[in-house]
Design a protein around this ligand. Structure first.
Ligand SMILES: [Zn+2]
Length: 340
């Protein structure tokens, strides 16, 4: 079952070395760029050399369980250097197939992830699963088109992508610049999940579940049943402040339900590669509860929505990128709570 996940045997290492050498020779990789330590603040997918040479590097990943790999994205906004790879992504290698979970924020980010997979296995990449609509999780999809891969997502995802694609692409291009953005386009899912769906990678079932409005209207989780590894997408944040594009109260209620489930480990959409469950839910829940309390207080005092961004700030200092996301979260929540 786990035979395809890369071996520590001497022949495996030799094969990997040969692959890296071949990739360098083909100009696919920058020399020395194959394995780098991961740091949540500065974990750009590009080194200076790669940037200068315009090369695609295999994305650094951590094996969080047998055959389950995660790229821990930096806590940053999209830049030319990070290629928009600012949301976590991963892949699961089964006997017959590989499933990719989220693809980063540009074609190049997706290509790096694909290179990381190909360093470890030649098994077909049969599925690309998007956990939700946000650009840092879907804009790398096109890197997997040539594999004949099936794209899988929440039933509401195609419509959400269609409605937002012009804005997402324009914004990504503006933040990353032409060169890093080159070739990036929207690839919507063709296989849709309305409730649950099981995909089998070869004695390796993945349970996909589509959830109601919470972080977004398109949230989907992926459970690797064999290892109990649960990819939660942006239903879970750690370190990086939660971003709200749904409804805070509904998100809190959903986390409550999800905490009843057992998982050996969970993978957040932003944060470390893996965390333990259900404890990992606590900071996100605390953030959302305080956001709701702060905004309710403002509304009760008769303050205007324009003050929400600056005032609903009990969690300031607890999270990275607080000032970049909290004002929007507060305004969204003000809208929802205004008439309650
Ligand atoms: Zn998101």
């Amino acid at each position: 079952m786990e035979g395809a996940t890369g071996s520590t045997s001497r022949s495996g290492i030799r094969r990997l070395a040969l692959l890296i050498w071949a990739a360098i020779a083909c100009g696919l990789l920058a020399p020395g760029g194959s394995v780098r330590a991961e740091d949540p603040r500065t974990n750009d997918v590009r080194t200076d050399d790669a940037h200068a040479q315009n090369a695609i590097l295999p994305t650094p990943v951590t094996e969080v369980a047998a055959g389950v790999f995660v790229h821990m994205a930096p806590y940053q906004l999209a830049t030319p250097r990070n290629l928009g790879f600012i949301g976590n992504a991963g892949f699961i290698i089964g006997r017959d197939a590989v499933a990719v979970i989220d693809t980063g924020g540009s074609l190049r980010a997706g290509a790096g992830l694909r290179a990381a997979i190909r360093l470890r296995t030649s098994v077909p990449i049969r599925y690309v699963i998007n956990t939700h609509v946000h650009p840092d999780h879907v804009l790398g999809n096109a890197a997997f088109l040539e594999d004949g891969t099936e794209f899988v997502g929440h039933a509401a995802l195609p419509e959400a992508l269609a409605a937002r694609q012009v804005v997402y692409l324009a914004k990504a291009r503006e933040l990353m610049g032409e060169e890093a953005f080159a070739g990036t386009r929207i690839v919507p899912p063709t296989r849709l999940v309305t409730d649950t769906l099981t995909l089998d990678l070869g004695d390796r079932p993945l349970l996909l579940e589509a959830w109601p409005l919470a972080h977004s209207g398109t949230d989907l989780t992926v459970m690797d049943v064999n290892t109990g590894t649960w990819f939660l997408g942006d239903l879970l944040f750690a370190g990086h402040v939660p971003a709200l594009d749904g409804n805070a109260l509904k998100w809190i209620a959903l986390l409550d339900r999800m905490k009843q489930r057992e998982a050996t480990r969970v993978v957040p959409g932003h944060g470390p590669a893996a965390l333990s469950w259900p404890e990992a839910a606590l900071p996100t829940e605390r953030y959302l509860r305080r956001l709701v309390a702060d905004v309710r207080h403002l509304i009760q005092q008769g303050r205007p929505m324009t003050e929400a961004g600056g005032s609903a700030a009990s969690e300031a200092g607890e999270w990275s990128l607080f000032d970049e996301f909290n004002p929007r979260n507060a305004v969204t929540t003000f809208h929802d709570l205004e008439w309650e």
